[in-house]
Structures are given as structure tokens and as C-alpha cells.
Design a protein around this ligand. Structure first.
Ligand code: EPZ
Length: 423
């Protein structure tokens, strides 16, 4: 099993280019199931979850081509999806497989997708996806670990008023994809407002869908009989960009982050500035981060977009282990997303966990040790902690990081980090 070996203590200097957003690319790939024509996507990050989604679509009879050039392109064509299902073997390795449910039932009139089950950051049910599909007129049954959705009497989903009890990102994406082929209008209330939702809506509109309000909490969709092929470039990964902003800050370095969307990072930038880190927008798609001589403590509460992203919580925790004073981090989105804290404590951090709050007392000198990655963003936070730790850190189970960060060791080495993959 691959591990990352990192020798800390070097300020990062130079430029890094941000890849396309995994969490925007996954729904875009699922959206290709909505048409028999070719959907050409660009800026697809080459990460493990994308490969898994490609395998799942191929299982459902879609052809998935990844041309050599440009290396970020992908062409998907799902000529038919008859009898398609998402099997447990693929779904269990990636929860985002549930994103195929909406498009499949919309195009095919029925779908069978394995229930994803929990994961290390929480129970993560899909009840809200299913309730919303029912509100659109689907009949839902679960048996043998699979969810079966069908349109009573066959044909297209009627559409309807969907109200999410709680904001859900992939839930909103699933329903948006189901709604674009419905017979009537669908109104989605309490919708997620993440940039990934807006990006998906832009692709669907290019495919012929009629959507209003994406990016707000009320989305209206007029269903169409058919969608067609389209070309679309995926937005930049705001979480990768945020992770590199913290990398520059935590190592007291100076990093240029190219190819990002500063607007999508507003809450992260505001929090970093609160700790004394300097961040400048030097071009519409470029940020420059410079570490602070003395980092100050700052409290964070994770929230849905445009609030501070739960996907940046672990990285921020690594940063404030180096800040003067006490920082309180409150995790509101997932119930068990502090697994990285105990690993950071093994490196010398002073953190106490009180339910959904982590209290971090800083600054502490971290020392390199053997640590275990528990999920994607936890792995990223351990890499960040290792970059500032004294001595060598060996991070085990880095397959988690490969799910969502493209060539992380290459990108970090190019700006001066001592990092290498060992098996
Ligand atoms: C998306 O997950 C992201 N994944 C996650 O990225 C991200 O952490 C999360 O949104 C929150 O921003 C993708 O986009 C592929 P939710 P998702 O449904 O959609 C509860 C990463 O590291 N809930 O918005 O699965 C749920 O348990 C990751 O890249 C229900 O109770 O998250 C959670 O507490 C991991 N029932 C909250 O809602 C449901 O049916 C928000 O989850 C659905 C969700």
C-alpha cells in the first residue's frame, strides 16, 4: 500500500496550477447518462474517484474515452442505458455513485442502484435523495441493499415540488438531473448553492435543459423530452486551491495559485486573513499567499456554501496548530469528521474534542511520526501538518488522497516540498 514520506520545515515557494474540481466532474459525468449523444468534458482531474465513475458508466453501457491530448479531456456517450444498474462493488468504493440514480430513472423510467452505506466521516444516508424523487412522482423501494426507483406506468417522471429538509449537495444534483427530463415543472426548494451545482446546471443547459435559479436556494426546471450532446469545461477545484493556500501559509512560504476561482474561496480567504496570512488576487484566476510571521488563532464553523466548507475543516485545523492562542473549530455538516485530530495529536498538536467542537491550543511544535489517513481531506491535513513538522512523517493509506488530489506529491515537490511516495 502506498505511503507518503514527507520531510518538514521548508517554506513552499513558486507556482501551482489547480486542477478541475472532482466534485463538479463527478455529477457532470453522471449527466452524460441523460442523452444518447456525446458529452465532451474538459478539465477533468485524473483522480481515483473519476476512474471509478468512468468504470461505473462503462458498466452501464456508456463508452468512456479519455483521449491522450489534452490529458484532461473525457468523452462519454451513453447510447442506451436499458436495464442499467449500479452494483455494490463499485458503489461501495465511492458514495458519489448515487449520482447515477437521478439520470437513470429520468432517462430509463427505472433504475437500480446499490445503497452506498456509511463512511468514516459519518452515516451519510441518502434518504433525502429518495424522498425528493418520490416528490417528483417516482416509486421507491429498497431490497437486498439496493434502491429501486421507477416511474409508475413507465415513461417520464411527472416532476413536482421538492423541498429538502436539509441542504444536500449530491441530493440537489441528483434531483436536478432527474428534473431535466421530467414531463412537467420541478421546483427544488432549500437547494444547495455550491459552485458545483451551478457548474452542473450550466452543462445541463448546454445539453438543452431549461433551468432557472441554480446557485440560489430555489431552482426551477422545465422538463424536456430529450437532451442532446454538449461540450463543457469543469470549474477549478476550490478545495484543492484552498489546500494549497494553507500549504503556503503553514510553511510561511509564498505561493502563487493559478487557475482558481477566487470568488469560490471567499470564506476560506477571509478566515486565512483573520489568522494574519496575506492573500492577494493578482489576476482574475490567480491568488498569491504569503505566510504570517506570527499566525493568530481563529474560530471556524463549517457551513453549506457560501459558508466555510467542511472539506477545508481538516486543513484549517492543521494551520491553527501553528497559531498563537486557542481556536475553536465547529463541524456542523458531518458528525464524525475529526479523525485527523488524533493523528495530529500524535505529531504533538494540542487538541481536545468536545462533541462537534475541536479546541486547538497553539502554537505547538509538530514532530514527524507515522500517521494514518482516514479520509480524503484528513489525508490532506496530515500532509500539511507534515510540511511544517520537524523531521520525517510517514502517512499511511494515501489511497484516500489519490481519490481527490491530482499528482499531489508532484505539485508539492515543484514548489520545494520534500515529499515522495513509497510503497
Ligand atoms: C458532497 O457530499 C461532497 N461530495 C462532499 O465532498 C462534501 O463534504 C459534502 O457535499 C458537503 O459539502 C461530492 O460532491 C461528491 P451532503 P454529499 O448530502 O452530497 C446529510 C470530499 O472530501 N444527508 O451535502 O454526500 C449528510 O449525512 C467530500 O470531496 C442526509 O442526512 O453531502 C450530511 O450530514 C466528502 N440525508 C449532510 O446531510 C441525505 O439523503 C450534508 O451532506 C443526504 C445527506
Amino acid at each position: 500500500m502506498d505511503k507518503l514520506l514527507i520531510e518538514g520545515g521548508r517554506p513552499l515557494e513558486g507556482s501551482v496550477r489547480i486542477s478541475g474540481a472532482k466534485n463538479a466532474a463527478l455529477p457532470a459525468m453522471a449527466a452524460a447518462l441523460l442523452t444518447c449523444e456525446r458529452v465532451e468534458l474538459d478539465n477533468i482531474p485524473r483522480v481515483r474517484d473519476i476512474i471509478t465513475m468512468g468504470r461505473l458508466l462503462a458498466y452501464m453501457t456508456a463508452t468512456v474515452e479519455t483521449p491522450e491530448l489534452p490529458p484532461t479531456a473525457m468523452i462519454i456517450q451513453a447510447k442506451t442505458v436499458n436495464g442499467a444498474e449500479a452494483p455494490y462493488e463499485l458503489v461501495r468504493t465511492m458514495r458519489a455513485s448515487i449520482l447515477t440514480l437521478g439520470p437513470l430513472v429520468a432517462r430509463n423510467g427505472s433504475a437500480r442502484v446499490s445503497l452506498p452505506g456509511g463512511c468514516s466521516i459519518g452515516a451519510r444516508p441518502v434518504d433525502l435523495h429518495l424522498k425528493a424523487l418520490e416528490q417528483m412522482g417516482a416509486e421507491i423501494g429498497t431490497s437486498h441493499g439496493y434502491v429501486e426507483a421507477r416511474v409508475p406506468g413507465g415513461g417520464r417522471l411527472p416532476g413536482g415540488n421538492v423541498h429538502f429538509d436539509k441542504i444536500t449537495v449530491t441530493g440537489t444534483e441528483n434531483i436536478l438531473m432527474a428534473a431535466v427530463l421530467a414531463k412537467g415543472e420541478t421546483k427544488i426548494e432549500n437547494a444547495a448553492r455550491e459552485p458545483e451545482i451551478t457548474d452542473l446546471a450550466e452543462l445541463l443547459i448546454k445539453m438543452g435543459a431549461e433551468i432557472e435559479g441554480a446557485g440560489t436556494s430555489t431552482i426551477r426546471v422545465q422538463g424536456k423530452e430529450k437532451l442532446h450532446g454538449a461540450r463543457h469545461t469543469i470549474i477549478a477545484d476550490r478545495i484543492e486551491a484552498g489546500t494549497f493556500l494553507v500549504a503556503g501559509a503553514i510553511t510561511n512560504g509564498s505561493l502563487e495559485i493559478i487557475g482558481c476561482v477566487p470568488e469560490h474561496l471567499a470564506s476560506v480567504i477571509a478566515k486565512l486573513r483573520e489568522t494574519g496570512v496575506e492573500i492577494r488576487e493578482t489576476a482574475p484566476d490567480t491568488l498569491v499567499v504569503r505566510g504570517a510571521k506570527k499566525l493568530g488563532a481563529a474560530d471556524v464553523i463549517t457551513e453549506e456554501y457560501p459558508g466555510f466548507a467542511t472539506d477545508m475543516q481538516a486543513q484549517f485545523m492543521a494551520l491553527v496548530t501553528q497559531a498563537q492562542g486557542t481556536s475553536v473549530i465547529t463541524e456542523r455538516i458531518f458528525e464524525n469528521r475529526f479523525l485527523h485530530a488524533s493523528e495530529m495529536m500524535r505529531m504533538g498538536a494540542n487538541i481536545s474534542i468536545e462533541g462537534r467542537r475541536a479546541v486547538v491550543h497553539g502554537p505547538t511544535t509538530l514532530s514527524g511520526s507515522g500517521v494514518i489517513a482516514s479520509d480524503l481531506r484528513a489525508s490532506a491535513s496530515l500532509v500539511l501538518a507534515a510540511l511544517v513538522a520537524q523531521g520525517e512523517t510517514l502517512i499511511d493509506r494515501v489511497y484516500h488522497i489519490d481519490r481527490g488530489y491530482e499528482r499531489i506529491e508532484e505539485k508539492l515537490s515543484s514548489v520545494g516540498a520534500r515529499i515522495r511516495r513509497v510503497s
